[in-house]
Design a binder for this molecule. Sequence first.
Ligand code: GDP
Ligand code: ZN
Length: 340
Amino acid sequence: MQQGQVVKLDRGFPLVRLAGDGSLVRCEHATALVKGERVRAVIGDHVEVAYPEGHDKAIIERILPRARAFVRKDPTERAVPQVLAANFDRVIVAQPLGDVNVRRLERELVLAYETGAAVTVVLTKADLAESEGQVEQVRTRVRALAGPNVETLVVSALDPASVESVRALVPAGSVAVLVGKSGVGKSSLVNLLVGADVQETAAVREGDGKGRHTTVSREMIDVPGGGRIVDMPGVRGLGMWDADEGIGAAFADIEEAAARCRFRDCKHEGEPGCAVRAAVEAGDIAPERWDSYRALKQETATVRERREQARWMRGEKARRPRAGAGVGGRAAGRKQKKGR
Ligand code: GDP
Ligand code: ZN
């Protein structure tokens, strides 16, 4: 049995880099691993692989517990989590400077904070900004959203020097995960960091005449002079999964106000002495922000209820978690906080 890390995931078989000699091997999952439970290795997973005699692929026998996971609700299921990446140190959220999607940014920040990793926002395509004034304005707005602890960087593919600030965020030995809607310039950023076209950019993709075609391949790419970066293309929906802590971090202003409400169980629905309502009315909390907060809270609550229901239906309450349930499924939601 050898240890390794999943460094590429596409439609085929996980590619694992072995810890010993760094060689790459195509793997498939052991039947015992995928039977019943939907445990699958994701990019960044540390795994144990075996080489059975006469087998053309190595077998992933075990997925080691994840120190960190980026989890969303599986878009195709009612109440199932989907882990998109594991064992990283930083989440880099990319948004185009000239066209920041605030609602999506809120979600990205919530899920990023929820992982417990360091979080950075990168505003891309700065060359398309109308003026230096616009750059500063957007930066200030994004800072207000992301909170004081999150660095907000501005980059442009036309200005390779601007990308150096991103390189500094991925020091040797660390792993960063890049999230952002398709088309925001993630691949271009990775290519600049690497100094070669390792990721196909949209301009290339459009050539197939089938409209926008999204690659689903996730790959851990070595950043020269730094660590490794994972581009996560094709992540459209970002449904909440067990995100209360992430919401608390992304909406710290609201949670701080809530702590000052007269009633501890204040629902902020018109109770007397509600500090949240007061802050919204005073203009300290933007009404849209308050709406987002409530919607995201509701979304996590709903998915939690569904999950409980599903568990109850399966009569799972009384069952002991199976050995090896340390990853995937339920455990993915039981993240390990490690400061940020
Ligand atoms: P991804 O889907 O997030 O990986 O985005 P891509 O890197 O494929 O970029 C989408 C499109 O935006 C492509 O046509 C890129 O050439 C373009 N693009 C990316 N970065 C920049 C930039 O900094 N400035 C400008 N003007 N265009 C960019
Ligand atoms: Zn209140």
